[in-house]
Design a protein around this ligand. Structure first.
Ligand SMILES: *Cc1c(COP(=O)(O)O)cnc(C)c1O
Length: 820
């Protein structure tokens, strides 16, 4: 079976065989979950031949390969996407129809592999899709967490976290690769001995170790023969059953190693854009990075005798600083295992590693305490110290940096190792993820480093894959587009520009909006089923879905809803287009303020949704457990895309791009990639408000902002704020939201309203009013929505990956050819 000659008959046979062999059942006896397993295995059978062929091609042609190192891959479900990329969706659907089984329901049986928190992990997943589609040799390298991002339930308005047991029934798509196992060492000490040739030899002793074993998951390219690999590392205890060691009293050590293996891959840390200096997290980082770098070097040496060729064949891409230990780990292997001198090893390392910076917020920058780091990774620490020593020397010698100014740029300072600084020094490329973000890095946060290494810095605006987020998630719109401009957009998104011809045609506007209506009804059904709330699919669907973070300002959104509700209560004739405000957001379990904002949203929803006197003008919905699989239903149903972060804080955003692609209009600040979205679609087809990043940065420097001035002057804001503390939304516990009130006005030791919610409120309110007015003009709105889709071509991850491949990685396309 290959994707190109698959027949319905053949596929049906395969599914029935799998049900028999796996479960000893017939199709009528099988559960839906068993049918999912059987279908998935049949699909894997198709994939495997091409996977082998891809591997052979890479073996023969030996192209340069990127290893995309990431702590997170937020993949979403594989079945639908795989059969879509294989282009066998119709055949599979035909078979399921013939068996009287709903393919959608079978797809819904698959657990959503949530091995990531949000944008960073989803970016990694979109990149893998584009790399395979564009025929680039690439591996994703990460951790096979037993538990991914928690499943969110809302109980009494509060977030409750439940474990994500995504591996409970096994993963039909993965293959364990025992033969690629490697050992990773922690703790212990390093003994230095002089070799006869005068070189120091470093011997790591008394360590604990685990065996890293990879599980491979296929990444199917769209409409080609390429199947790349996502390699996720599992940890196993090293079992050398050695009776003597028991006698020597090392029983305890054996148990420790068993425990280390168990805990290391247990769970994904659920923090988004927030650093937490936990020892286990550092273990996770070194674990998968060391395993990857060791295994890549081993493979390289099987093919090449000259280690100097490494940068011509391998690039390690470091997705945020989380995998930045790749730099000292590669140094360790080159020095201690390959016997290179420092300068040779450093030259190779700094030609092999490239780094993406994802945030400028200080609370998200990783800093490991020297005490912890040197204890856990003693040899790696020695190398980092030497990197720092030589970097300081270089600054003094080549840049005349005065000794007393070194502290600002030092990799090790104040008892911490600054991972971003090490990443810059150890990489040949440092990129930001949108134009504004890269400028802020260069001019503000990492200015000193930009001055020293101007050529390392570059910008790569993020993107998303249109295969998952349009072709799969919005089939009606995909068909509409293909009927008009052909299907080239599926692998060449800028072709969507061709839709501009249709935006003024009334027939096409109506069809486009009918598709939107259909998708809104699909989401309304989902909301009814999961949240038990009736929403009017003819109201404006105004959606903010993303991680809950103060800088993303879900609070501003709900305060504005409270304001609108006050208007409706005060003026019985208040004129507004009915609006459904939809939220979806997970809060980090330890982020108290974020969780309280979820409770506030749900409390406001309770009051407003149950008030019969406002004639359903407003509904508020909090969708539980926002994740990739429900995202695929949410984006296509949006009229308004809320992208309202405090300017300068959101590095790029990618949710904004998914909405735009699906014909939602952006209501946003000039932040992250919103700037480039507006540049593509035009200000007249967006609703832009708020302070600029320059203004925000200036206020941060001067501190010249007093939210009380706004409170005193603006009675609408005052009323809303007082409702936070007078029990209006919480009669039984009127002080519940006082913390939010205080943070906005007094700050309790922090600067008040650090995200400028009150400062931007009026301007947000005005922009919201314009949304209301624009929506009343059906034709104008339809045209705006269509223009958003038509101008979203830039935001394909295919474009992003072409830029990485040519401007950073130096990859050659290596197509896989299957001759029949
Ligand atoms: C795209 C996506 C994100 C990122 O959203 P932002 O609005 O860019 O923060 C987070 N989570 C999921 C499930 C996504 O699909």
């Amino acid at each position: 079976m290959t994707r190109w000659d698959l027949t319905a008959e053949e596929f049906k046979e395969a599914v029935l065989e799998n049900i028999k062999n796996q479960f000893r059942r017939t199709i009528d006896q099988a559960t839906k979950e068993q049918i999912f397993q059987a279908v998935a295995l049949a699909v894997k059978d198709i994939i495997v031949d091409e996977w082998i062929e891809t591997h052979k091609t890479y073996e023969t042609k030996d192209p340069k390969t990127v290893y995309y190192l990431s702590m997170e891959f937020l993949m979403g479900r594989a079945l639908g996407n795989s059969i879509l990329n294989l282009r066998v969706y119709d055949v599979v659907k035909e078979v399921m129809d013939a068996l009287d089984i709903d393919l959608n329901i079978i797809e819904d049986q698959e657990p959503d592999p949530g091995l990531g928190n949000g944008g960073l992990g989803r970016l990694a997943a979109c990149f893998l899709d584009s790399l395979a589609t564009l025929d680039y040799p690439a591996y994703g390298c990460g951790i096979r967490y037993r538990y991914g991002i928690f499943e969110q339930q809302i109980v009494d308005g509060y977030q409750v976290e439940r474990p994500d047991e995504w591996l409970k029934n096994g993963n039909p798509f993965e293959i364990k690769r025992e033969e690629y196992g490697v050992e990773v060492k922690f703790l212990g000490s390093v003994r230095v001995v002089k070799e006869p040739n005068g070189r120091d030899k470093f011997i790591h002793e008394n360590y604990q170790s685990v065996r890293a074993v990879p599980y491979d998951i296929p990444i199917v390219g769209y409409n080609n023969y390429t199947v790349n690999t996502l390699r996720l590392w599992d940890a196993e205890a090293i079992r050398k059953f050695d009776l003597e060691s028991f006698d020597r009293g090392e029983y305890h050590k054996a148990v420790e190693q068993e425990n280390l293996a168990k805990t290391i891959v247990e769970v994904l840390y659920p923090n988004d854009n927030h650093y937490q200096g936990k020892e286990l997290r550092l273990k996770q980082q070194y674990f998968f990075v060391s395993a990857t770098v060791q295994q890549v070097l081993r493979k390289f040496k099987q093919k090449h005798t000259h280690i100097g060729l490494l940068p011509e064949k391998v690039v390690f891409h470091i997705n945020d600083t989380h995998p930045s230990l790749a730099i000292p780990e590669l140094m360790r292997l080159l020095l201690d295992e390959e016997g290179l001198e420092w300068d040779e090893a450093w030259a190779l390392t700094t030609k092999t590693c490239a780094y993406t910076n994802h945030t400028i917020m200080s609370e998200a920058l990783e800093k490991w305490p020297v005490e912890l780091f040197s204890r856990l990774l003693p040899r790696i620490y020695m190398i980092v110290e030497e990197i720092n020593r030589r970097f300081n020397h270089f600054l003094i010698k080549d840049y005349m940096v005065k000794k007393e100014h070194l502290h600002r740029m030092a990799i090790i300072a104040d008892g911490d190792i600054r991972m971003a600084y090490m990443s810059i020094v150890g990489s040949y490329s440092v990129n930001g993820v949108a134009r504004l973000h890269t400028e802020i890095i260069k001019q503000e946060v990492l200015k000193d480093f930009y001055q020293v290494y101007p050529n390392k810095f570059n910008s790569k605006t993020n993107g998303i894959t249109q295969r998952r987020f349009l072709l799969l998630a919005n089939p009606a719109l995909a068909t509409f587009i293909t009927e008009r401009i052909g299907s080239g957009w599926v692998t060449d998104l800028p072709q969507l520009k061709g839709l501009e011809t249709y935006v003024d045609r009334e027939e096409d506007q109506k069809l486009f909006m009918a598709i939107k209506q259909h998708n809104k009804e699909r989401l309304a059904d989902y909301i009814k089923e999961h949240e038990g709330i009736n929403v009017d699919p003819h109201s404006i669907f105004d959606i903010q879905v993303k991680r809950l973070h103060e800088y993303k300002r879900q609070l501003m959104n709900i305060l504005h809803v409270m304001y609108l509700y006050n208007q409706l209560k005060e003026h019985s004739d208040y004129d507004m287009v009915p609006r459904t405000f939809i939220f979806g957001a997970k809060a980090a379990p330890g982020y108290r303020r974020a969780k309280l904002i979820i409770k506030l949203i749900n409390s406001v929803a309770d009051v407003i949704n149950n008030d019969p006197n406002i004639h359903h003008k407003i509904k508020v919905v909090f969708i539980e457990n926002y994740c990739v699989s429900n995202a695929q239903i949410i984006f296509s149903a949006a009229d308004v895309s809320e992208q309202i972060s405090t300017a300068s804080k959101e590095a790029s955003g990618t949710g904004n791009m998914k909405f735009m692609l699906n014909g939602a209009v952006t209501l946003g600040t000039m932040d992250g990639a919103n700037i480039e979205i507006v540049e593509e679609v035009g200000e007249e087809n967006s609703f832009i408000f708020g302070m600029s990043s320059q203004e925000v940065i200036r206020f941060q420097h001067t501190g010249a902002y007093n939210p009380w001035d706004i409170y005193n002057k603006n009675k609408d804001i005052r009323k809303v704020l007082i409702q936070l503390i007078n029990g209006y939304y919480m009669p039984d516990d009127p002080d519940l939201f006082r913390e939010i009130y205080d943070a906005l006005l007094d700050g309790e030791g922090q600067p008040p309203d650090p995200y400028y919610i009150l400062k931007d409120f009026e301007s947000y309110k005005e922009a919201q009013k314009k949304v209301d007015e624009a929506y009343r003009d059906k034709k104008r709105w339809a045209k705006m929505a269509m223009l958003n889709t038509a101008n979203s071509g830039k935001f394909s991850s295919d474009r992003t990956i072409e830029q990485y491949a040519t401007e950073i990685w130096g990859l050659q396309k290596t197509p896989v050819d299957i001759r029949k």
